[in-house]
Design a protein around this ligand. Sequence first.
Ligand SMILES: C[S@@+](CC[C@H](N)C(=O)[O-])C[C@H]1O[C@@H](n2cnc3c(N)ncnc32)[C@H](O)[C@@H]1O
Length: 225
Amino acid sequence: MLNISVQKKDPIVIQELTQETKHLTNNGLWKYLQCEEIFASERPIHSIDTWIHARRVYRQIVGNEQSSIGTEEDDIVDIDGFQVAHEAKQAPPKGRGIFAAQDIKKGELIWSTKKTIRFSDGDSYRKFNLSVERGFACDVLQWSYVQRLENGELRVSTDLDDGALCNGGGSSHKANMGCDKEIAKNYNGGCVENYFALTNIKEGDELLCAYGSFAVSGGWKEFTL
Ligand SMILES: C[S@@+](CC[C@H](N)C(=O)[O-])C[C@H]1O[C@@H](n2cnc3c(N)ncnc32)[C@H](O)[C@@H]1O
């Protein structure tokens, strides 16, 4: 079992929404938290303690019943959603990125959404961003996306592990991690919850995603965000 230092728990203070914060959109939160200033310097690679703290804040806001990442005990069983060895590091000019730390065969499961927090309402998402450390909240604002679940419902989603650092593929370096519909049939949650190697990947290659394949553009307005 992994020895996570969950014993030295940082206190959690949930910020209730105020007149000033209760209608903030994603852009509004960005301005309110002065995220331009945060992103003027290099952002850190987050430690497991930071991820675990953020997961605790989430559970405190939505409750264990509504939690998409289970309970605190689940953080000890599965530390993150990676099924392969990976490394998170700076990937200028894109910010941080994730890299394969082993060769990965086409079709292999790379990562699943075990640590992806899902919000069914805008207020919980606002509270979350106002209750975590300011720099981390700015990270969350640029990582988060709206996704349609298998049951058709939309959720504001944030990956609370290094999966959040997946940069987007472009024309020269195409996405190499994403949905393989055939293989996904064998996995709970299908392509909504599981991301596979779309090609053979070599150790050291950056893992790249196709945001358009899972993020619902225009989904934010459903949450008044
Ligand atoms: C989901 S985050 C990826 C992780 C991000 N690099 C970080 O350090 O937090 C998405 C953000 O990463 C950056 N990004 C992702 N793909 C990129 C690319 N192909 N070129 C430049 N920037 C990219 C953009 O700032 C984008 O808003």
